[in-house]
Design a protein around this ligand. Structure first.
Ligand SMILES: Nc1nc2c(c(=O)[nH]1)N[C@H]1C(S)=C(S)[C@@H](COP(=O)(O)OP(=O)(O)OC[C@H]3O[C@@H](n4cnc5c(=O)[nH]c(N)nc54)[C@H](O)[C@@H]3O)O[C@H]1N2
Ligand SMILES: Nc1nc2c(c(=O)[nH]1)N[C@H]1C(S)=C(S)[C@@H](COP(=O)(O)OP(=O)(O)OC[C@H]3O[C@@H](n4cnc5c(=O)[nH]c(N)nc54)[C@H](O)[C@@H]3O)O[C@H]1N2
Ligand SMILES: [Mo]
Length: 753
């Protein structure tokens, strides 16, 4: 049997097409757009291409809107290697930025960033990026407050079977959704979150601006970005009614007195009562008090999806949620306490063994410098300026060359118009991609990669018990090459091919990875077949041993013997190090702060923009495929509006609207739903970024929310992105709907003008 795999699932290859695995109970709809996207000749990069203005020495000014000259691979490799060499010689490798954030493809060997880092580390190194767009606030915050990395938390989130069995009240701030559970980074053979939700005995309360974040639950339609105020009011009610667990707080936390002083108002003159929170959150004070009592009376799990911290002050919902769970005293017990990321991907809470399978060895980066991943625009704008991150003061590097392989910053970053301007500053941008993404269209040297459907690889991920040999479905489009081969040629040009390949070709590397995997298997009592057998059968399933976990179980059971790796050995409700940093936007305990942009301080008519993950694709991947295209309205991304909101603006179902604020504007098609608060608008991420000037005004044509989102760090602590913090206006679009430019390749010319 032949298989292939992606972040959205695993497939059998049959009759020139792919079919979901028979044992996947809930195959992802995203796969239905994969093959058509990979075969779309209008969006695939078919040959190496060089930006015409760059060849003419324009210094980057025309980067967003230029023609391209197609060249031979030899020429492209010589130009790219020449630029790496020039910048490294003249400015040092600290002038090369290759954070290269992004999801690329699922196979272990052809993982784009692994290949890129291995190559660039040997080439003298690069400025890297820390943390993710997914959960940067958590990545920086958890080590201080829990002494756990975000990865520890993700690995040990209390397992679904225990939640299903023991939890009687699940309160989720932002829902748990089959939409996002379509995904697992590096692949998944099955999708089972819906299965677990079906087995829950608990009453579920969905605290969210969208009912659709948990269909069928009791819906508390909270005003976006005010969850912290609600959590504090719940905590305050527990405190004043004596429903909190003093023993847990005294023995498993530090800083309860400081946090209590903030809660009861003795610290700042404002008690965080339900009456205080009601007008902030738009949830009635009685409802808040009732919920607090119900939480205390139940076996309660407090669940936050990752998205909740992708907002201004994104550390605070994590901290306030933990504090609330600590007051309930049910952390470390089966099925209750605190959870982070249920449903955000399908593997969070999965009761499977985690096996550390091998990956491509990346070597060591000789350059120590890095930025927090979402500070890219600011880095390009302000070389040499200082910024704070994780209790340090750091300095932005002066970047001359950007290298991107396996990500799409003109998908993932906020306020893309700002990034577009900053992106003109470096001397050279080199991008590998298989498709003419907005980032490829803003590169000087564009190198066409194969799609994962065009090569052999292995699906080998610690969060999934199935291992697959991935076979090719298609021949490479045009002259596309594997990233590994592109880097091998660059290494040859720069004189270190042998160090890069260690004498192995791709076939040898795949064999090497499987040998390493067999060693790991042996160490874990798993007998993997030899390579020939694995290739022939295509699939190996690690015997399913249900392995359930309980977050912080050992610590809670015996805090003295198993202290947390924090400043007090306990959960820090007040953190001395964070407090000492005196950051204006991240005090030493959970705190309510009005977000930079919010319905609480917006002009009349403003709506809060929710730009979550798209149902039809993975980020910007497969946007040109059948499944995403079929969901569009007149070629534009659908946005979701409450019928009353639409009626007040003379907007009707199916109409094209303009969504705008001071930063930018985009078009979208309208769907009406009463599953959303009337003061909100939902527009998923991932429509290919397509800015234009229409009648002298800047307008993004495809419906990309990052045309209007806010590019601001959560706080001086994590500097994570604040994607879920933005307000916008919406109005009917009455002019003709302009044609898109992303549905065809850029213009090719023979030579620069
Ligand atoms: N407004 C808003 N913005 C957001 C978010 C949000 O919630 N709201 N969410 C954020 C989050 S959580 C994330 S993770 C990011 C995601 O941002 P990204 O991970 O950057 O998005 P992708 O579209 O997955 O980009 C992957 C790129 O890799 C390319 N690719 C795939 N396979 C290969 C390969 O084999 N080789 C090469 N060279 N390239 C390949 C794809 O064509 C694509 O261009 O977006 C963030 N942006
Ligand atoms: N189909 C699909 N699935 C995906 C992805 C994809 O691109 N497509 N991307 C994957 C990736 S990289 C990631 S990181 C995860 C992200 O997974 P999540 O972070 O869980 O997903 P989001 O859609 O960003 O946000 C979840 C929900 O939070 C709610 N929300 C937003 N703001 C607030 C608020 O202020 N308060 C409350 N209470 N709720 C709020 C929104 O209504 C939204 O539906 O998804 C993964 N899964
Ligand atoms: Mo993410």
């Amino acid at each position: 049997m032949k298989y292939t795999a992606s972040h959205w699932g695993a497939y059998r290859i049959e009759n020139g097409d792919i079919r979901p695995l028979e044992d996947d109970p809930m195959p992802s709809r995203i796969g239905r757009g994969w093959v058509s996207a990979a075969r779309d000749r209008n969006s695939r990069i078919l040959r190496p291409a060089i930006r015409a203005g760059w060849l003419a020495g324009d210094g980057g000014a025309k980067r967003a809107k230029d023609d391209y000259v197609e060249v031979s691979w030899d020429r492209a490799i010589a130009l790219a290697a020449g630029e790496l060499d020039r910048v490294s010689t003249d400015h040092g490798n600290g002038a090369i930025f290759a954070g290269s954030y992004g999801w690329a493809s699922a196979g272990r060997f052809h993982h784009a960033q692994s290949q890129m880092r291995r190559f660039l580390n040997l080439a003298g190194g690069f400025v890297s990026a820390r943390d993710t767009y997914s959960h940067a606030a958590a990545e920086v915050f958890f080590p201080h407050v829990l002494g756990l990395t975000n990865r520890d938390v993700q690995d040990n989130v209390t397992s679904w079977p225990l939640v299903a069995e023991h939890c009687t009240l699940l309160v989720t701030f932002g829902g748990i959704s089959g939409r996002t559970a379509q995904i697992n980074s590096s692949g998944t053979a099955t999708h089972e979150v819906e299965h677990w939700l079906g087995r829950l005995k608990a009453r579920v309360v969905n605290v969210s601006p969208q009912r659709s974040d948990y269909p069928g639950a009791d819906w508390l339609a909270i005003r976006p970005n005010t969850d912290v105020a609600l959590m504090l009011a719940l905590a305050h009610t527990l405190l004043t009614e004596g429903l909190h667990d003093e023993t847990f707080l005294a023995t498993r936390t530090s800083g309860w007195p400081e946090f209590r002083a903030y809660l009861d108002g003795s610290a700042d003159g404002q008690a965080k009562t339900a009456d205080w929170a009601a007008p902030v959150t738009d949830i009635g004070a009685d409802t808040i008090r009732d919920l607090a009592r119900t939480m205390a009376a139940n076996r309660t799990m407090i669940a936050l999806p990752w998205g909740l911290q992708r907002a201004d002050h994104g550390e605070q919902p994590l901290w306030a949620g933990l504090a609330l769970a600590a007051m309930l005293g049910q952390i470390g017990q089966p099925g209750t306490g605190f959870g982070f990321g249920y449903g955000s991907t399908t593997a969070v809470g999965r009761p499977a063994r985690l096996i550390p399978w091998p990956s491509v060895p990346q070597g060591r980066n000789p350059v120590r410098d890095y930025i927090p991943v979402a500070r890219i625009a600011e880095m390009l704008e302000r070389p040499g300026d200082g910024y704070s991150y994780n209790l340090e003061t750091r300095t932005y590097p002066d970047i001359r060359l950007i290298y991107w392989c396996g990500g799409n910053p003109f998908h993932h970053h906020q306020d893309l118009r700002r990034l577009d301007a900053a992106w003109t500053r470096p001397e050279t941008v080199i991008v590998h991609d298989h498709s003419w993404t907005a980032t490829a269209r803003r590169a000087d040297i564009v190198l066409p990669s194969t799609s994962p459907l065009e090569r052999e690889d292995v699906m080998l991920t610690r969060r999934d018990p199935t291992l697959l040999w991935m076979s090719a479905l298609n021949d490479p489009a045009g002259e596309a090459q594997n990233d590994h081969d592109i880097f091998r040629r660059l290494a040859a040009e720069l004189g270190f091919e042998e160090a890069f390949t260690e004498g192995r070709d791709t076939e040898d590397w795949l064999g090497w990875m499987w040998d390493e995997a067999r060693k790991v298997g042996e160490a874990h009592g798993i007998d993997l077949p030899d390579l020939r057998t694995f290739r022939a059968t295509g699939r190996f399933d690690v015997p399913r041993a249900e392995e359930t976990r309980i977050l912080m179980q050992d610590f809670v059971a015996d805090p003295d013997a198993k202290p947390l790796n924090t400043e007090s050995g306990k959960i820090t409700l007040f953190n001395r190090a964070i407090a000492a940093a005196a950051l204006p936007d991240c005090p030493g305990h959970p705190a309510w702060m009005e977000p930079a942009e919010s319905l609480l301080n917006a002009a009349p008519g403003a709506l809060h923009l929710i730009s979550g993950q798209p149902a039809t694709r993975l980020h910007s991947q497969n946007d040109r495929g059948a499944e995403a295209l079929a969901d569009k309205i007149d070629g534009r991304e659908p946005c979701y509006l409450h019928p009353d909101t639409a009626a007040a603006r003379d907007i009707t179902e199916g109409q094209i609207v303009r969504i705008f604020n001071s930063r930018g504007a985009c078009l979208a098609g309208v769907r009406l739903t009463d599953d959303i608060r009337p003061d909100c608008i939902a527009l998923a991420t991932g429509a290919w970024y397509d800015p234009a000037e229409i009648d002298g005004e800047w307008l993004e044509l495809g419906g990309n929310p990052n045309a209007v989102t806010l590019d601001k760090g959560c706080s001086g602590l994590s500097q994570g992105n604040s994607a879920h913090t933005a307000t916008v206006f919406v109005e009917p679009w009455t002019k003709p709907v302009p044609p898109l430019s992303v549905d065809r390749p850029p213009r090719f010319v023979d030579r620069p003008a």
